[in-house]
Design a protein around this ligand. Structure first.
Ligand code: PLP
Length: 350
């Protein structure tokens, strides 16, 4: 017996999500916060984790952590959050729940790969709508497609990954108003964008806001949250794996999110560094830099494959987005030292 005889053809056609080995590299490929927690907080964390009862199952969708997130992240009154094993988990939960036979999922393209992958997993019809050549959002074209395709589900990354572009607020509002289904606003980069629709949740009954603590500095613990009306969350909650947030993740989040100011101060440094890095990248001949409101830059070079390989040889890891985006590299904003190494290596490579 061969797997090829039994596995669904659309799964056979996929490639597994590839993550490059990063040992010893200046790691600028995954939009991680380059800073660790301050040593006193790490000590406190160690003591807290020593008390965790690893022999017990976690509390499903734990109430104390949800309350903390609601308070710290300014989730409006009357709204709640659903927790996920990263926001990837929540994308899957939403897609699974809405994948009625024939239902469509729509998103601007290029965007975060997990939307289309989950459409495939759940046999939803994917409708990618191209962005303009400069990766700005053509709201009129998108709304025209909404009316034609009537998708049950719309994903908008705000700001977008891998482009870094933040769509105009008014355009996003128009999409939410025109959408005949649920709109998931993916705010993975909200601390870097300084914009959010969290406060507008009460205005729209078809809007949910997806967030993650990954880009904030806790990528390793895998925690995402979906903010929205309890009526939506109650349905989605049925699809959630019962113990999707483990006891260690819960304990870390409960301690560190109480000290959100620490992570927000790191994010402020990264935002400052983004401005410096953007200016330096723009000054390199042969590099086109797209405007970014996230913690990374999308850049176009003459030959991304060669540039990527030369950067790797110099110990710098970025993301080559081929084939989705020809000759584009995505570069995460690192520490000032890391960015200096990157800039030198890039000048050399070009
Ligand atoms: C990184 C990213 C996510 C995934 O976040 P996790 O919580 O780490 O799974 C979701 N959406 C977008 C747009 C991202 O860039």
């Amino acid at each position: 017996m061969k797997p090829e005889d039994l596995v669904r053809p659309e799964i056979l056609a996929l490639s597994a999500y590839a993550v490059a080995p990063a040992a010893g590299m200046v790691k600028l490929d995954a939009m991680e916060n380059p800073y660790r927690l301050p040593p006193p907080l790490r000590q406190e964390l160690a003591a807290r984790l020593a008390e965790v009862e690893l022999n017990r199952y976690p509390e499903p969708n734990p109430a104390a952590l949800r309350e903390l997130i609601v308070r710290k992240m300014r989730v409006p009154p009357g709204m709640d959050v659903l927790l996920g094993n990263g926001s990837d988990d929540l994308i899957q939960i939403i897609t699974l729940a809405l994948a009625r036979p024939g239902a469509a999922m729509m998103y601007p393209s290029p965007t975060f790969l997990m939307y289309s992958m989950n459409a495939t997993f759940c046999a939803m019809r994917a409708v990618p709508v191209p962005l303009r050549d400069d990766f700005s959002f053509d709201a009129d074209a998108f709304i025209a497609r909404l009316r034609a395709e009537r998708p049950a589900l719309v994903f908008l990354a705000y700001p977008n990954n891998p482009t870094g572009v933040l769509y105009p607020r008014a355009d996003v509002r128009r999409v939410i108003e025109a959408a005949p289904g649920l709109v998931v606003l993916d705010e993975a980069y909200h601390v870097f964008a300084g914009e959010t629709f969290m406060d507008e949740l009460p205005r729209f009954d078809n809007l949910v806001v997806l967030r993650t603590v990954s880009k904030l500095g806790l990528a390793g613990i895998r925690l995402g949250y979906l903010a929205g009306r309890p009526q939506w969350l109650a349905q989605l909650n049925k699809v959630r794996q019962v113990y999707n947030v483990n006891v260690l993740t819960e304990a870390v989040a409960r301690l560190v999110l109480e000290r959100l100011d620490v992570l927000e101060a790191q994010a402020a440094e990264i935002r400052d560094e983004r401005e410096r890095l953007g200016t330096a990248l723009r000054a390199i001949d042969g590099v086109t830099v797209f405007p970014s409101r996230a913690n990374f830059f999308l850049v176009r070079v003459h030959d991304a494959e060669r540039t990527d390989q030369r950067l790797r040889r110099q110990g710098v890891l970025v993301r080559n987005l081929h084939p989705a985006l020809a000759n584009c590299l995505r570069i995460t904003v690192g520490t000032p030292d890391e960015n200096r190494i990157l800039l030198n290596a890039l000048r050399e490579a070009i």
